[in-house]
Each structure stands twice: as structure tokens, then as C-alpha cells.
Design a protein around this ligand. Sequence first.
Ligand code: ATP
Ligand code: MG
Length: 283
Amino acid sequence: MSDDFIKMENVSFSYGARKYEKCAISDINLEIKRGEFLAIVGQNGSGKSTIAKHLNAMILPSSGKVFVDTMDTCDENKVFEIRRAVGLVLQNPDNQIVSTIVEDDVAFGPENLGINPEEIKKRVYFALKAVGMHELKKEFVSRLSGGQKQRIAIAGILAINPDCMIFDESTAMLDPCGREEVLKTLLHLNKKQGLTIILITHFMEEAVLADRIAVMKGGKIIKIGGKREIFSDLNLLESCHLSLPQSARLILSLRKNGLKIDGNPINKTECIDVLHRFLSSFR
Ligand SMILES: Nc1ncnc2c1ncn2[C@@H]1O[C@H](COP(=O)(O)OP(=O)(O)OP(=O)(O)O)[C@@H](O)[C@H]1O
Ligand SMILES: [Mg+2]
């Protein structure tokens, strides 16, 4: 088994048929390890979704190569296996739900794969447990909140038993509560089940959950690195019109206002620590 689970090699893609049309992504090189949690950020139209669609063979590169677990996405015989290995969760859960009852919806994917009923039962149980929705298995999907529906959509993909899940702005339509539910689920899948996660997001508070962050601009990955490295590069963030996480913004603005405060927190816990240390220094 290769350590690099996903590999994009010099990938360019244009939605237009003609050669001179502008590429949606160009010269993308990206390697993602099994079990990794990568966030992809960038302005509207920078190419994030185009990358996502390449990773489950929804679109094929105009030039370059994409490999999923050493399978070439251009190999027609592998498309089925690639789509099983890489699940894509979209922005609107209503576009992904097909049945009226929760457990039927989750069973839909494995049924389509021709899996036997005993195994389907096990998978539906596991998937609903993993997203914390097992108690609502008999519920009408229409009665669920946005966050619950998105968790059902996630369970539907989990039941296919993927190795990797891509969340393409999957929390964008949810309220803060629903967003938290989905993020908790996603972290659980990564840390406890070892699932590879790719999170495409406009929210920097979400991006800090990842191990690495790729920053896109104009169809290119202009920087990829650890989250601290990315969030300490203020020029890069400014040039891509990306914000800092709230906690980092707070400390930065206190510093700008003359407080001699050390540390560069990127989440709430670190921010509280930094403020605590600062206030303790006056005792
Ligand atoms: N189906 C399509 N047909 C033609 N052009 C497209 C299509 N989908 C995307 N594009 C173009 O490709 C480029 C990259 O788009 P993409 O959707 O990958 O960006 P994105 O970073 O996901 O943006 P957003 O944050 O708005 O979702 C943009 O210029 C976009 O207009
Ligand atoms: Mg997009």
C-alpha cells in the first residue's frame, strides 16, 4: 500500500473544449497521505471544487495525472473503485438525500453496490452510530434540521466504506449549531476511524482543524504547509483575501493597540492561554 494515498501530478484542467480557454486549475501537484486531514482554502473561483471533482474521477485532467491509491483516474475500469474510495459531500444536503426515511437513505449507496442485506444492515448501523444519528434511524428525513440532514448525507457515504471523504463547503448552509455537529463528526472520523479528510472551506476556524492547509489562487496552489506556517504568513493571506482565525485576529488587534502580548494563537483554547499568561504578568 502506497503512503501517498492521493497524488496529483502536473494537473491542468479547462472546462472549455478549446485549447486557448483559461484553465480552471493549472499545474497542480498535490500529495495526500492516508489518514491525513487537509484543508483547501482560497477565494471564489480559485479552483477548489475543480480539484475535488478530479479526486473522485467526476472530471478527468486535460493534462497531467491523478492517482487514488495508485489507481489512475483515467482508467475506465477503475472508476467504480475510485468512487467507492473517495466520497464527496456537497454543500446542500437536500441534493444528496434520496429516500424519505433516514435508514433507507443510508442504505441506498451500499444497495447500489450490490452488497448483501446482512452486511448492509451492519454498515447502516455503523454509519449512523459514527455520525450520532442512530436513534433517529426511523425518522422522516424531512423532519430533520440542516445539520442532522448533512450528517445523514455523511452517513450515506460512510456506508459505502470510503477511505477518504471530501467535504466541499459542506457546512456553508448550516447554522453555527449544525456546523459544529458536522465538524465534530468529521474530526471523529479522522482521529478515531483514520479516514483521510479533505475539507474545502471559506471558514478559517474550520481550516485550523486540519493538519495541513493548501492555499489556492487563480487555479494554482500557491502555498501548502502546516496550519501555523500558513496563518503566520500575513502577506499571503492578504494577497488571497483570506482572514485569520478569530483568536489570531483578536491578539493581533490588541498588539496593534499597544499591548505587549506574546504568542500567536490559532484557536480558542490557545487564545485563552495567551490572555491568561498576559494578565498573570500584572500580578
Ligand atoms: N461547470 C463549469 N463550466 C465552466 N467553468 C466552470 C465550471 N465550474 C467552474 N468553472 C470555472 O472554473 C474556475 C474554478 O472554479 P471552482 O468551482 O473550481 O472554484 P472554487 O474555488 O470551488 O470556487 P467557490 O469558492 O466559488 O466554490 C472558475 O473560474 C469557475 O468559473
Ligand atoms: Mg467550490
